[in-house]
Design a protein around this ligand. Structure first.
Ligand SMILES: [Zn+2]
Length: 317
């Protein structure tokens, strides 16, 4: 199971991978062979990826404080089968540019894959520079310090881009991304999927790791909807009450609040395109919110509308 810091920050992607690990344990399901993470938080993406690599290679049950050799190697960036690929890592240091991932590096990966391995091999593609972290970056890293990783000295990670990972090099590993040997996974850490070549995108599963949905227009809703989509009847009544006291305060109209719910659900849907079950249920809730919007304009009382809508969001009762 992934650490709580991930379920708090990247709820749906975390749920996907936790369910995947369970399916692997129960019926030998397959882990995706190529994964693209997109989002603004490079540290979130990096630690999420490392934790996935760690759970895949742990000798025990993958628990977050495991001390087995594989877990320790990964936490100190020295695991033989977990390869960080950047312009300055996994590179013969005397040769070539330090600003791009070269075709030579990609050829070396293809050669590496010809050997058999007892591990789940992981290749993590990103950008990195040899420089100290800024104070702000240190802060971002510290968010994840409970995970127990030691970052390499003078190593500043960044999102991958076309400039760093150019078409020629990308094409060298394309075949491996498409048909890797078993127990091999490629990860690409991007701000946006458009930052890597389309032929890799089309062979990968894409997951969004939003930095945070809070602090935007629908922050209020994001706060109240912490348990969404698993509302209990109690949640429904409490949230409805909260909305009504917001109305009393006079900062928002009932319509404002319903529109925030719609915006929140729309964002969740956009961020979880890989999760068809979730989308189906969120789409149906979005339709209900639109019905609530029409009820309000037909002058149904706000209290009735919020109670009705929130009870509709309760899935099992
Ligand atoms: Zn372990």
């Amino acid at each position: 199971m992934l650490n709580n810091i991930f379920s708090e920050n990247f709820q749906f992607t975390t749920r996907y991978f936790n369910e995947k690990f369970q399916a692997i344990a129960e019926n030998n399901a397959k882990f995706p062979q190529s994964v693209i993470f997109e989002g603004s938080d490079i540290y979130g993406e990096l630690f999420f990826t490392l934790e996935l690599a760690r759970i895949l290679n742990c000798e025990k049950d993958g628990s977050e404080f495991c001390n087995c050799t594989n877990c320790n190697w990964i936490k100190s960036f020295s695991h033989p089968a977990v390869t960080i690929v950047t312009p300055i890592d996994f590179k013969d240091m005397d040769s070539g540019s330090k600003t791009v991932i070269s075709t030579k590096q990609c050829q070396a990966i293809s050669r590496k894959l010809l050997e058999t391995s007892d591990y789940h091999r992981v290749f993590i593609f990103l950008d990195a520079k040899k420089e100290a972290l800024t104070e702000l970056e240190e802060k971002q890293v510290n968010k994840f310090k409970n995970l127990g990783y030691t970052l390499p000295e003078e190593w500043c990670p960044a999102h991958i881009s076309h400039k760093v990972f150019q078409d020629q090099a990308s094409n060298v590993i394309l075949k491996s991304v498409e048909e890797p040997p078993k127990n091999t996974t490629f990860f690409f850490l991007t701000k946006n999927r458009e930052d890597i070549i389309q032929t890799i995108v089309s062979r990968s599963q894409i997951f969004s790791l939003p930095s945070s949905v809070q602090g935007q227009n629908y922050g209020l809703v994001a706060n109240l909807f912490k348990n969404y989509p698993n509302f209990t009847l109690d949640d429904a009544f409490n949230i409805s009450q909260e909305f009504l006291s917001e109305l009393k305060e006079g900062k928002y109209s009932a319509l404002d609040l319903i529109l925030m719910i719609e915006e929140y659900l729309t964002t969740l849907i956009k961020n979880n395109l890989n999760n068809p079950n979730f989308i189906q249920s969120a789409m149906s809730d979005l339709k209900k919110a639109q019905t609530a919007e029409r009820m309000l304009s037909a002058t149904v009382q706000a209290k009735t509308v919020f109670n009705w809508l929130l009870i509709e969001f309760v899935k099992n009762f």
